[in-house]
Structure formats: C-alpha cells, structure tokens
Ligand binder design. Sequence first.
Ligand code: IMP
Length: 202
Amino acid sequence: MAKASTTSSPELVFATNNQHKLDEIRQILDGQIHILSLADIGCHVDIPETADTLQGNALQKARYVASHYNMDCFADDTGLEVAALDGAPGVHSARYAGGQGHDSQANMDLLLHNMEKKSDRKARFRTVIALIIKGEEHLFEGIVNGKILTERHGTDGFGYDPVFQPDGFDCTFAEMTASQKNAISHRGRATQKLVQFLTSLT
Ligand code: IMP
C-alpha cells in the first residue's frame, strides 16, 4: 500500500543507498516518479540478502521495505554467471573471494585463476529487479552476454568490469563510458523494463 505522497508525483522507494544507481534512475524518470533512498525513509539497517537466487534476494529486500515501511518499493540484485564455472560466482558475486565482500581486485584474481585452463569463456551479467507496488509483486530481468578475458583491460567502472567483454564489442565494460555501458548493460536493460512499466502507470 502506498504512503500518501507529499509531492505531486508518486513516491517509490529504491532499496539502496548506492548514489550511482539512484542518480541513474532519477535521471531516466525525470521527476515522473519521486524516488526515495533507504536513507530518505530512515532505514539504516543492512537489509538481509540471504536467498540463494538473484530473484530471491531482490524480493527479500523489496518485501522488507514494503512490510516495515508500508511503502511501494523496488530492489535489485546482480550476478556474473560464468558458463565454465556452472554459473559461479552468480548470487555470490560481491563476496566471491570471501571476506567482507566488494573486494573487486580479489574477486577478479580468483575468477581469472579459476578460468586459467578454461577454453569456454562465455559469461553473462544478470540483474533482477523486484517491484512491489499497490501490494503486487513484479519482476524485471536484464541480461548482457559476453566473455571473460584472460587479463584486466581498462580502469573505469567497478566490480568485474575490467575482465568482462560484452558480445559485439572489442573492449571491456571498464573501457566504456558510463552512458555506453548503461545502454547495453544488464542493469540498464532491467531498469529500462522497470521504467517502461512505471511510466505506463502514470
Ligand atoms: P549488486 O547486486 O548490484 O550489489 O551487485 C553484486 C556484485 O556483482 C557487485 O558487488 C559486483 O561485484 C558485481 N557487479 C554488479 N554489477 C556489475 C557491473 O555492472 N560490472 C561489474 N560488476 C558488477
């Protein structure tokens, strides 16, 4: 159930405090829907992500906000799925090399090590967005196919960007501008589907 809006446009919580993700969707929506961060609604807990699928984690985060704050909400989860590694690191992408997670250099080192003798280099990034609006759940998926290189190329981006080359390109995500990457990326594609759905409601 949506909270009464204090602005002229409807409000929707994005279950994240990642400023880059917030800026991106606010720019696409251009004020048609007012996007609130977790900080904006006073949510300062680390929302559990304990499911074993991307869909499960995205739903878990969105349901947490919907049930604790009684607001419409969406959440995302992303994984790098490598064919020769049976889909790993997948849902464990952030913490592939262990530790507290988000150590991109350690994660890439482990990935390159595990791929050393693999001739099949196929991989994909997959993002799932879970939206809960007016009490109903909706899922949106974005995929970009590509391959894992044998060494890092480029310095832009984050996570596994320096070792991932999308199909149809001769450079990695880390060698693209943000707008080039957003136009074809997993998250960009899932976000486009979400935005299309949301703007059809307004
Ligand atoms: P999250 O669900 O967006 O937090 O993504 C989980 C993990 O997947 C991140 O910590 C990164 O390691 C990896 N990841 C997600 N999106 C990207 C991307 O666009 N490029 C490279 N790595 C990514």
